[in-house]
Design a protein around this ligand. Sequence first.
Ligand code: COD
Ligand code: ZN
Ligand code: ZN
Length: 375
Amino acid sequence: MSTAGKVIKCKAAVLWETKKPFSIEDIEVAPPKAHEVRIKMVATGVCRSDDHAISGSITTPLPVVLGHEGAGIVESIGEGVTSVKPGDKVIPLFSPQCGKCRICKHPESNFCMKNDLANPRGTLLDGTTRFTCKGKPIHNFTSTSTFSQYTVVDEMAVVKIDATSPLDKVCIIGCGFSTGYGSAVKVAKVTPGSTCAVFGLGGVGLSVIIGCKTAGAARIIAVDINKDKFAKAKELGATECINPLDYSKPIHEVIQEMTDGGVDFSFEVIGRLDTMMSSLLSSHASCGVSVVVGVPPNSQSLSVNPLLLLLGRTWKGAIFGGFKSKDSVPKLVADFMANKFPLEPLITHVLPFEKINEAFELLRSGKSIRTVLTF
Ligand code: COD
Ligand code: ZN
Ligand code: ZN
């Protein structure tokens, strides 16, 4: 029996308060309004930023349905929706693409001005939410809210993907993979034969390595204080792995010596100020490009001598690997289906959705790279 136009009762992981576990609740999901899409979630990854929202280091209105790295099937659409239809496989887009704002019209930039990341309202574009629980409205998270059996998103925050793609794998294209991969291929624009250094070998850092390798880098130097991360980094393309704790001198000096003055491309994928500076200094002073991928907690700042840039070095950063999401996500899924890069090595755990709190424990203990929850 069709559920279109009706309220759907289903399970969702609700965060009522920061620093508390999720409660699996029975919630109501209202039908999509005009230009909105209701999605039956099939799989969702668990990302560090969801954990930052739980801890309160990312501020978002509560109570909330978190989750932003999902994949699912369109259940129904609101009036005026043209880009997806019921039955389509889709990925929700935490960094949306409205197609109309200044940034969407800019050929290079990608951080659409309709995003709900910079100053989160915790709602859809019309300022309301389709979720209720125990009579209370429950907020959205980053235009997506994938920790629910059903979610409603604005049309600008969802895109159709290949009908044959495995949703329990391509869901990580919704955030972690694309953030790292795009930082290499789109933001840094890694060139064939180049030398790269990647600081931090979590799921995002490993995705940077995949991007560097795909772009044809000749040397990929992987940097982490946890040597247990080195085997997977090598499997994915790192040519050398170094641990700053093994050296008495600063790691940027070690890298400068290894690379005739510094790498062509360096990436900070940890979210710490000290490693951002190490990464910057590891890139060559005249021709190096250094990309900030991690976000330090509590908007801390760095003091930088402008001379570090004056000789020609470039320092940049981006959200979601610099990709315009609606344009790029279907292409990334197609590239995965054409075996241009792997996703499987990044997915270390698969758990049923109900075990979401366990998935976050795995993330916090460093035991998982990516956990995918299936519905
Ligand atoms: N030196 C070297 N390595 C270190 C150090 C150090 N001082 N400290 C930690 N590390 C290593 C850890 O051992 C670990 O292997 C790695 O750094 C970090 O990995 P994870 O698993 O904690 O992190 P990821 O890969 O899942 O995510 C890292 C980000 C920095 C990308 C993430 O935390 C972040 O800041 N995300 C926000 C940026 C963003 O684009 N957000 C968009 C929506 S999510
Ligand atoms: Zn994320
Ligand atoms: Zn836009």
